[in-house]
Design a protein around this ligand. Structure first.
Ligand code: GUN
Length: 297
């Protein structure tokens, strides 16, 4: 079998076209969604991601404000900035890029963001809303993007066995909760596997839908999947490649060549989940703006 490619790039493009129209219609009613992104420090990957998020927001007609702070920023300064953004009526979504510099307590910062402006879905209130099945929750962008990819490519998780490999707060845990939700795109039977799982292959071979989110290349190989499985690869790992001018290439957590011989559908890396994360950030920002404008919550 040679798997169908689920192109996140294509699906994200469709979603962004839909959002462009929605944002234009909102602007006619006098509502311009606003997104603030906060980057603390000079990590090159974080700088690249935040730049891409701002560019995408601006291209969608979203008012975007990027705040860059030095690597030595104090916790109080960052918390004061978040208070200012919480109070700013032109800002409906706040994203603080992680990881933060060592001297900053990440949990304090996430807790300071107004949950209704938390477009990353990382605030404990939103984690709780997701866990309790609140349909209006702002859900974390990457797992939300995965659900959109499944649904829009005709893979309904309902009744299927979904195995999530990885238990991070950003992807693995919210991914499992979204798949479990009693809602469209959910209703799966969910197993979460992780670094301490014994005989990972025995678990992954039972998956109808397999989500790999561990951050390690070649974690899922051909012998670890069942024929016909749908595979979503969330990994973005740099591996040395002297044949490339920049000296590396980006690969996922899945051995794409081998697994695509067995799976019925698979996402590529790059061009898979990555573009979906940004599209979902824009979708969350628009949703947050509409809710804040209608006085909901
Ligand atoms: N760092 C890696 N992924 C993310 C993300 O989705 N949001 C934020 N804020 N930081 C990240």
């Amino acid at each position: 079998m040679s798997a169908k490619i689920i192109s996140g790039k294509e699906i994200a493009g469709t979603i962004r076209d839909e959002l462009n129209e929605q944002v234009a219609a909102l602007a006619k009613e006098g509502l311009v969604p606003g997104l603030a992104t906060v980057l603390a420090g000079d990590d090159p990957a974080s700088r690249l991601y935040v730049g891409m998020k701002n560019k995408a927001a601006a291209a969608a007609g979203i008012h975007s404000r990027q705040i860059t702070l030095s690597d030595s920023v104090g916790e109080t300064e960052l918390l004061d900035l978040i208070s200012e953004l919480n109070a700013d009526p032109a800002i409906h979504g706040i994203l603080v890029q992680l990881p933060l510099p060592r001297q900053i307590d990440e949990s304090k910062v996430l807790l300071a963001i107004d949950p209704d402006k938390d477009v990353d879905g990382f605030h404990p209130v939103n984690v709780g809303r997701l866990a309790t099945g609140d349909p209006n929750v702002l859900a974390p962008c990457t797992p939300r993007g995965v659900i959109e990819m499944l649904v829009r490519s005709g893979v309904d998780p309902s009744g299927k066995h979904a195995v999530v490999v990885g238990r991070s707060n950003i992807v693995g845990k919210p991914m499992a909760l979204l798949l479990l939700r009693k809602a469209a795109g959910g209703n799966a039977t969910v197993t979460v596997a992780h670094s301490r799982t014994r005989d990972l292959g025995a678990v992954t071979r039972t998956a109808d839908i397999l989500i790999a989110a561990v951050g390690w290349p070649n974690t899922v190989t051909r012998d670890m999947v069942k024929p016909g499985v749908t595979v979503i690869d969330v990994g973005t790992n740099r591996v040395d490649d002297p044949s490339r001018e920049r000296g590396y290439r980006v690969v996922g957590d899945v051995d794409f060549e081998g697994v695509s011989e067995v799976a019925s559908a698979i996402t590529p890396v790059p061009g898979g989940v990555g573009p979906m994360t940004i599209a979902m950030l824009l979708a969350n920002t628009v949703e947050a703006a509409i809710r804040q404008n209608s006085g909901a919550r």
